[in-house]
Design a protein around this ligand. Sequence first.
Ligand code: SF4
Length: 306
Amino acid sequence: MTTTTPPPGPAGPSPPGAAGSPPTLIGSLSPSRAADFVTCPLRYRFRVVDRLPEPPSPAASRGTVVHTVLERLFDLPPAGRTLAAARTLVEPAYEQLCTREPAVAGLFDGAEALAAWLESARDLLEGYFALEDPTRLAPAARELYVEHVLDSGLRLRGYVDRLDSAATAQGVALRVVDYKTGRSPGPAFEASAMFQMRFYALLLWRVRGVIPRELRLYYLGDRTWLRVSPDEADLRATERRITALWAAIERAHRTGDWRATPGRLCSWCDHQSRCPAFGGTPPPLPSPRPAAGLDDQAPAVCEADG
Ligand code: SF4
């Protein structure tokens, strides 16, 4: 895992804190948790404020395994990055996950169910190979941790699945790649899917001083992808949106109004039994309430998005 921290005096526009001392940290936000709040503030509360545990699921665990395989695939020499090689990496990735999270091993009712699940992970990898040829790529980084503190004191952070970099006549060209193991969201939800990618692009711009030339989102479930080429206006708008989002999160902290917003993600939400939209009652808020600034320091849920 590679960590990118801001180099001294980045060449990018509007470097934070350039004129004086660093801003006081007011909070921390990742694209995944930002998406949680946008989708359903109550779900954000359950995950980040209450820090309620979420048991592993076959779909989320498969997402973790596939992400691990796609990271390790690039450890192999280019000619060795074949589908057959990727398939052989699935079982070791599963075993490693079970060592880290023993509850995953209990998800499967017998050897046959486990074998079918492992095969479904291999099917997703086949979907990846239908979208691009890894033998032709030389990623600059995988599972790249990036963080940056805005002038407001809000720390943005996240893991980029893959960063490709190429030297061109116009300078360094960066491409941000993210893998989703689900299906593509459909036209109505593409903008929110690409918000996560713009969030990463903003981070990289601020840290490296280069606007990524392309943001690419692969959906292995239905073997399709989205792409966008952001510009400066895009990323400035993204920063304004993140700032507004954080103001809404702070407001929810102050008022205790974490509103349930039922939608298509409810089917995958672990918290239906305590959600008013499903007849449940949320537990009392933790006391003393965690400060808003501590929300997203160490999320209770995995960042890898299945
Ligand atoms: S069940 Fe739906 S409405 Fe309730 S917390 Fe989960 S996502 Fe929100």
